[in-house]
Ligand binder design. Structure first.
Ligand SMILES: C[S@@+](CC[C@H](N)C(=O)[O-])C[C@H]1O[C@@H](n2cnc3c(N)ncnc32)[C@H](O)[C@@H]1O
Length: 339
């Protein structure tokens, strides 16, 4: 029994050892297999990583190549883009300029139309006032008149008529024969004691007017040729021998509507300036037509300056119409610049 037990024990121990050895072997084998698998795994990962690295490097190199290509392209494209932008901007500017030009043109046309409409309205108003004023006139009894064009306009006719009617001038100087002469000559005809002198350069125009109306005995028509003479820092069209012809004469009404005016010059119709203030009576009225034009404005400015320098107080005002009329009056006649 004991031996049987000992044998059994020995057999069990042997079996245990064998099992132990088998387990150890299996563990070793598993361990080895695991190591191998791990090594393989590590190798794979390493390879993958290496490959990935290589791929990355390749990609980087490709990217760098592309970047270089792009870098090479950018200046060229940039230049293209810049010049395209410049072209677009130039085109935009051009079209903006042209739009501005068109708008300015339209605005100017609109302003011009508005200005002309306003001027016509004023002219028409003065025409009404003039017609009412001359009703039952005792001396303007043949009121055939054609204001406008090259002739004086209605503001001028109105002011002239009122100046004649109210101030009863005795010595009148009129520069430029025409419609204004129709009014002045009728005043002269009704006031034989006064003297009316008209200066005209054009004999053909004198003939033309002679067929239209007659001058009374106290209206003297003087023909003076025109010549361009130095004046201030420029040259101006003037009547030849005007100063000599007018020497010693004094006037209480001067009508300035000639010689032929122009918009190109700095001054126009400067003839009387050389006679001012000597050619003026104490009480006077001066009418300047075409005062909307710069040269006539400049001349009137000089006239005012000369009177001021001479210590002669005056009042002045512009009357608006299709053409503007400027009136300068001595203190005694100042009511005539507010009518
Ligand atoms: C502005 S005009 C004025 C004349 C005048 N004060 C009037 O009211 O008719 C100035 C000059 O132009 C000339 N003139 C006037 N009317 C004209 C006409 N219808 N055609 C050609 N010349 C003219 C004359 O030589 C005149 O002296």
């Amino acid at each position: 029994m004991m031996r049987q037990l000992a044998t059994q024990h020995a057999e069990q121990t042997e079996l245990q050892w064998q099992a132990q050895a088998a387990i150890e072997k299996a563990v070793v084998e598993q361990h080895a297999a695991a190591r191998e698998t791990f090594a393989l795994f590590a190798q794979t990962i390493g390879q993958d990583m290496a490959e990935q690295n290589r791929a990355l490097v390749e990609q980087s190199q490709a990217l760098a190549g592309q970047l270089q290509a792009i870098a090479a392209l950018v200046p060229a494209e940039g230049e293209q883009i810049r010049s395209a932008l410049q072209q677009q901007s130039a085109q935009a500017l051009t079209s903006q300029e042209s739009m501005r030009f068109q708008t300015d043109k339209k605005l100017n046309t609109l302003l011009d139309t508005t200005h002309r409409t306003l001027a016509s309205t004023r002219e028409n108003n003065w025409a009404h006032v003039f017609h009412d004023t001359i009703r039952q006139s005792t001396w303007f009894t043949a009121p055939t008149l054609s204001p406008g064009g090259w002739a004086v306009g209605y503001p001028y006719c109105y002011l002239l008529y009122r100046a004649l009617e109210q101030a009863k001038p005795q010595d009148i100087l009129e520069l430029g024969l025409g419609q204004s002469t129709r009014i002045l000559s009728q005043f002269a005809a009704a006031h034989p004691e006064m003297r009316h002198c008209v200066i005209e350069h054009d004999p053909v125009w004198m003939d033309f007017c002679a067929k239209e109306f007659h001058l009374p005995a106290n209206s003297t028509l003087v023909q003076l040729d025109l010549e361009t003479k130095p004046f201030m820092d420029t040259e101006v069209l003037q009547y030849k021998g005007f100063a000599e012809k007018m020497a010693g004469r004094k006037f209480d009404l001067i009508s300035i509507d000639a010689p032929l005016g122009t918009t190109n010059e700095k001054y126009s119709r400067v003839d009387v300036l050389q006679l001012i203030p000597d050619c003026l009576k104490e009480d006077f009225v001066i009418l300047v037509d075409d005062y909307h034009r710069e040269p006539e404005k400049q001349m009137a400015e000089l006239l005012l300056e000369t009177l001021k320098k001479a210590g002669i107080p005056v009042a002045s005002r512009c009357y608006f119409g299709n053409k503007n009329t400027f009136i300068i009056v001595s203190e005694s006649r100042k009511f005539l610049h507010t009518i």
